[in-house]
Design a protein around this ligand. Structure first.
Ligand code: NAD
Length: 486
């Protein structure tokens, strides 16, 4: 990687070589917390996507990566260790490019290395099955790599969302092309440099192309030599990707948007539930988390007490640049997102009661970044825009319900189904409601806990396929039946 004065310029990584974009174009990445230039990255045209696909295809067909689980396990273990030991210098870069507080970035690096380590363990366990289908017929069911996988990633949790797809794809023996968001490609490029330094990764097994989604990203979907697209991002983009993938009938894994309900019954541990609602809303990352509990559903009988406490805790949150000590909430990612979120807040003011926040935060140093006050709307009608759309900003909607039936109905009233939580001291009620909620992940008396070994994924328009766990590994395999006449 070239270093231009104090500001780094990252490059693409194709076939084991670092290269500028074919046309030499670069992007400037600015810190959303203070506007400073952080680094430059390539703004690659579609030709670079094509080259990366060629390199991945060559590696998939001409190296023993797909048939050498021991090498894959060793490579992934080394990568997990390299990533974990980089936490102290890599987490600040995640904060500078993405805005989240340093503690959140540190946790992200550790979650990413944990996922890689988990799949390193599974790399030697990509077992199929075998059985007798008739007295003279043996079936050998082999799990094989799919081939070339494009991994397309959003900006909000650049490393943990990348590794959630990358680690199982590599453990299963595939070759990949990584397309990070053009908004946050730096930490990803640093991570790919760690891969470059590990000799067990054959050249071309991992490639990196930074460029616009609508052109370079689309090429990584359309290209006939790409066998699967693992996409994490907006639901609208996910639909477009599915349409493009239809032309070559390739497999798609889609992890999309959410509008997760946090359902609080009157018998819940009150203080824990209030803190869970605030934490679940992901105000720490200005609400820019796919699983964010952006709707809190409160049982009518505790509503007043609940919203009083919630507003009190929210007002105390300290906004600021993520590298500053004691900061609890960062900025939104850029001006476009700021305007989009402020637009939703204006809509919310006409739909519900503003409990707290509702303004851009511009005091002192905050004026240099894209900060929005953590905002809560109360008495939000089920069909209000702010109760239905994924705002991806620090905006929480409080709704009420009467009973279990009503709670599940309100919870299921959006097109999304990514995550949910139920807060109650009655475990049988918790399980009844968890069963009724149409969502890939339901927490009971907690919110937001993710485990490399615990599956997650979307119901409804939140996605297709599963991430993490064994199911997350099988996504990246094809099943071949070899039938033997005895
Ligand atoms: P986005 O859909 O705009 O972009 C995601 C990625 O897709 C980027 O790398 C982008 O360059 C690329 N892209 C855009 N258009 C493309 C196209 N036509 N073809 C190929 N690639 C294209 O999403 P974003 O704004 O970066 O991220 C925010 C969204 O991601 C939110 O909706 C959020 O809920 C979602 N998300 C979902 C999960 C999950 O696990 N379900 C996790 C994080 C974020």
């Amino acid at each position: 990687m070239a270093i231009a004065e104090a500001v780094k310029t990252y490059q693409n990584y194709i076939g084991g070589e670092w290269r500028d974009a074919e046309n030499g174009a670069t992007l400037e990445i600015h810190d959303p917390g203070n506007g400073e230039l952080v680094y430059r990255a390539p703004n690659s045209p579609v030709e670079d996507a094509g080259r990366a696909v060629d390199a991945a295809k060559y590696a998939a067909e001409n190296t023993d990566w797909g048939d050498n689980p021991h090498a894959r396990a060793t490579a992934l273990y080394k990568l997990a260790q390299a990533l974990r030991s980089s936490t102290d210098w890599l987490a600040p870069l995640l904060t500078r490019e993405g805005g989240k507080p340093l503690s959140v970035s540190r946790a992200e690096v550790l979650r990413a290395s944990d996922a890689i380590e988990y799949y390193a363990g599974l790399a030697r366990n990509v077992y199929g099955r075998s059985t007798m289908l008739a007295p003279d017929s043996l079936a050998i069911l082999l799990r094989e790599p799919i081939g070339v996988v494009s991994i397309i990633v959003p900006w909000n949790m650049a490393l943990s969302l990348l590794t959630r797809s990358l680690a199982p794809a590599l453990a299963a023996g595939n070759a990949v092309i990584i397309k990070p968001s053009s908004v946050t490609p730096g930490a990803t490029a640093e991570f790919v440099a760690m891969i470059d330094a590990i000799p067990e990764f054959p050249r071309g097994v991992v490639n990196l192309v930074v460029g616009p989604g609508s052109t370079t990203g689309a090429e990584l979907v359309r290209h006939p030599d790409v066998d699967m697209v693992a996409f994490t991002g907006d639901t609208g983009t996910g639909k477009e990707i599915m349409r493009m993938a239809a032309d070559t009938l390739k497999k798609v894994g889609l992890e999309l948007g959410g509008k997760s309900p946090n359902i609080v019954f009157a018998d819940a541990d009150f203080d824990r539930a209030v803190r869970g609602a605030l934490n679940g809303a992901s105000m720490f990352h200005a609400g820019q988390v796919c699983i964010a509990g952006s709707r809190v559903l409160v049982e009518e009988s505790i509503h007043d007490r609940f919203v009083d406490k919630l507003a009190e805790l929210t007002k105390r949150m300290r906004l600021g640049h993520g590298l500053q000590e004691g900061v609890q909430a960062g900025p939104v990612i850029n001006e476009g997102q700021l305007n989009r979120v402020m637009g939703y807040i204006e809509v919310g003011k006409s739909e519900a009661e503003l409990l707290t926040g509702g303004q851009r935060a511009t005091e002192g140093e905050l004026a240099k970044g894209f900060f929005i006050q953590p905002t809560i709307f109360d008495r939000v009608p089920v069909n209000a825009t702010i109760a239905q759309d994924e705002i991806f900003g620090p905006v929480l909607s409080v709704l009420t319900f009467r009973d279990e039936e009503d709670a599940a109905e309100v919870a299921n009233s959006t097109v999304y189904g990514l995550a949910a939580a139920v807060w109650t001291s009655d475990i049988t009620r918790a399980l009844r409601v968890a069963k009724k909620v149409k969502s890939g992940l339901v927490w009971v008396n907690t919110f937001g806990k993710l485990f490399a070994a615990g599956e997650m994924g979307g119901y409804k328009q939140s996605g297709i396929g599963r991430q993490y766990g064994l199911e997350g590994l099988w996504e990246y395999t094809e099943m071949k039946h070899i039938n033997v006449q005895l």
